[in-house]
Design a protein around this ligand. Sequence first.
Ligand code: NDP
Length: 275
Amino acid sequence: MVVLVTGANGQLGQSLQSICGNYPEFTFVFCSSQELDITNLDSCQSVYKKYKPDYCINAAAYTAVDKAESEPEKAYLINVIGAKNLAEVCKEINTVLIHISTDFVFDGSKTKPYTEEDVPNPTGVYGQSKLEGEIEIKKTWEKHFIVRTSWVYSQFGNNFMKTMLRLASERDTLSVVNDQIGTPTNAVDLANALVTIIKSNKEDYGIYNYSNEGQCSWYDFAQKIFEVNNININLLPIPTSNYPTPAKRPKYSVLDKSKIKDVFGLEIKKWEELL
Ligand code: NDP
């Protein structure tokens, strides 16, 4: 069983690399953006011809949420055309596509966890591009799992946890927003969940939510990061209005994980435990 991973040098890609040794029954092929540019159909086709993957995990994406507001064409090229290209080549050789999407497809107006049936309504270019990528996949190739996740962090790449640790080494006081609620997701934990989907061999294709359990604000998340790292810092809660960003973010984006737990028998740990 060959599992191709795109975007191999991103945080999810590197997290998959860190766990692939635990699954000797699979042959993992990791492709960086240089080896496989998902925006280029020829590049996708030649890589698929070479490796003939049974599964493709698309860990490639344009993920710069704020920058996307000023370069929407690039975000759309990678998140929409890239996703469509992969769905097309998957269809050509009957590869199951596991695509990663985001809680940012929602506008955050709910106060209860979002289910897969809730209607998306992105508040920014990044979320809109991810939503349109989902739509292209659904239109193109039925054998897909679209896994929506949230607040991904890891030891790899850029993420909120690493930003907090860096800022704590530079400053005595830090202000973090406390009125956006969501759930952190450990990228290695997400990587294991994706492999569980493959291992199950199930054909219950469609959209699934996956994050860690529980919920918190970015302020709570920062507080816990400093606590587990024994860092003393003056941490101040602030409203979003005091921290304007180019992209508007959902106020609330907790995901309901009932479906993925039921279908794949996953037991999900609390975000605090995994930090
Ligand atoms: P990263 O930004 O860490 O990694 C994305 C990777 O995609 C990079 O290695 C990048 O390569 C690669 N890439 C960009 N353009 C292309 C291209 N044209 N062809 C091939 N590869 C390309 O993302 P994450 O690992 O954090 O995110 C993984 C998935 O999870 C994404 O789909 C994202 O939307 C989703 N997600 C992430 C969240 C988060 O908090 N990070 C939250 C919710 C969902 P290079 O560096 O060479 O450009």
